[in-house]
Ligand binder design. Structure first.
Ligand code: BDR
Ligand code: CA
Length: 321
């Protein structure tokens, strides 16, 4: 078997973040080196406490956790929706507090430390919350970008949004950070957005299976049960699909694209506009992206366009149950 992929998860737990963490910890294909937190689904203090609680619940308090940005880079995002993750961010499930504190340094410094100790192009970062920490990392430590192999992001949509008609929550929460990362980082970026994550669901019978499988499965089932993001096919586990795509990249199909994020303050704020490369020999790209980014800094972006939802569900239940 190939050596496990060194992985850092930047997150805002969050129920689907919790499922993503559980999946990473149960997957021999990845080696989770650190967890960093950002404000998003809940204020920073809570997302950090939740990350610590989750690592305790999963028996992995040896993994360092550091808190990062407590707000977006430029504009504070405000909405008036019921938080879909519940008031405590974990669907009302009351996990014991972590016995280890978060690291004293900022998330960006923990990320920088992990990267500086790593070989070139060796670390995968899975960003499953707003991209504030990642944008700060790239701004403060541009020399460490070459240590990152891939940046797998849960965020965006090429069609419908979930916080506005066109914007997805993680990108909408900090569009300026997202533009810095998606249009100006020069990294290998994989965007796992709502087009595919909406199809990555578990349903009631799956929760029943999880409950009988193990204590951990039961905890996660209770959290998912308290998740306000629920459609006819069940609960979409957005972040868990992004982590699954690190564990097994064949679960998704991607297309190369150039991405621009709408950072205006109009109705399209937070929209991820994807300029897809035409399939070989077919057609041309219509229009061109805004010319304010040097070509070398344009990420080599892949956007997920298809998912094998059945295989995702199987993998998830087998690993986290
Ligand atoms: C994303 O927003 C958050 O609510 C979820 O944790 C996920 O990262 C889905 O739009
Ligand atoms: Ca999240």
């Amino acid at each position: 078997m190939a050596a496990p992929t060194p992985l850092v998860i930047d997150c805002d737990p969050g129920i689907d973040d919790a499922v993503g963490l559980a999946l990473a910890l149960a997957s021999p294909e990845v080696d989770l080196l650190a967890v960093t937190t950002v404000a998003g689904n809940a204020p920073l203090e809570l997302t950090t406490a939740n990350a610590l609680r989750l690592l305790r619940a999963f028996g992995r308090e040896d993994i360092p956790v550091a808190a990062g940005a407590d707000r977006a880079l430029v504009r504070i995002a405000v909405h008036n929706l019921q938080p879909p993750h519940g008031q405590n961010g974990l669907g009302g499930v009351d996990l014991p507090v972590g016995t280890r504190p978060a690291a004293k340094d900022h998330a960006v410094e923990l990320l920088a430390r992990v990267l500086s100790e790593a070989a070139p192009r060796s670390v995968t970062i899975a960003a499953i919350g707003p991209l504030t920490n990642i944008a700060l990392l790239l701004a403060l430590h541009p020399e460490l970008a070459e240590r990152i192999d891939r940046l797998v992001i849960m965020g965006g949509s090429t069609t419908r949004g979930n916080i506005t008609p066109v914007a997805e929550f993680n990108i909408w929460t900090d569009p300026e950070a997202a533009q810095r990362v998606l249009a100006g980082s020069g990294l290998d970026v994989c965007l796992v957005g709502l087009d595919v994550t909406r199809r990555a669901t578990l349903d009631e019978p799956d929760l029943a299976t999880l409950r009988t499988a193990s204590t951990r499965g039961g905890l996660l089932a209770d959290m998912i049960d308290g998740y306000g993001d629920h459609g006819p096919a069940g609960w979409p586990l957005h972040d868990a699909l992004a982590i699954a795509a690190v564990v097994d990249p064949t679960l998704i199909e991607t297309r190369g694209a150039t991405i621009e994020v709408d950072t205006g303050v109009g109705v399209a704020r937070g929209q991820t506009v994807c300029f897809f490369e035409p399939p070989k020999g077919k057609g041309v790209i219509l229009g061109i992206p805004a010319p304010d980014v040097a070509p070398a800094l344009r990420p080599r972006a892949q956007v997920a366009v298809e998912v094998d939802a059945a295989r995702f569900r199987e993998l998830l239940l087998a690993r986290i149950g």
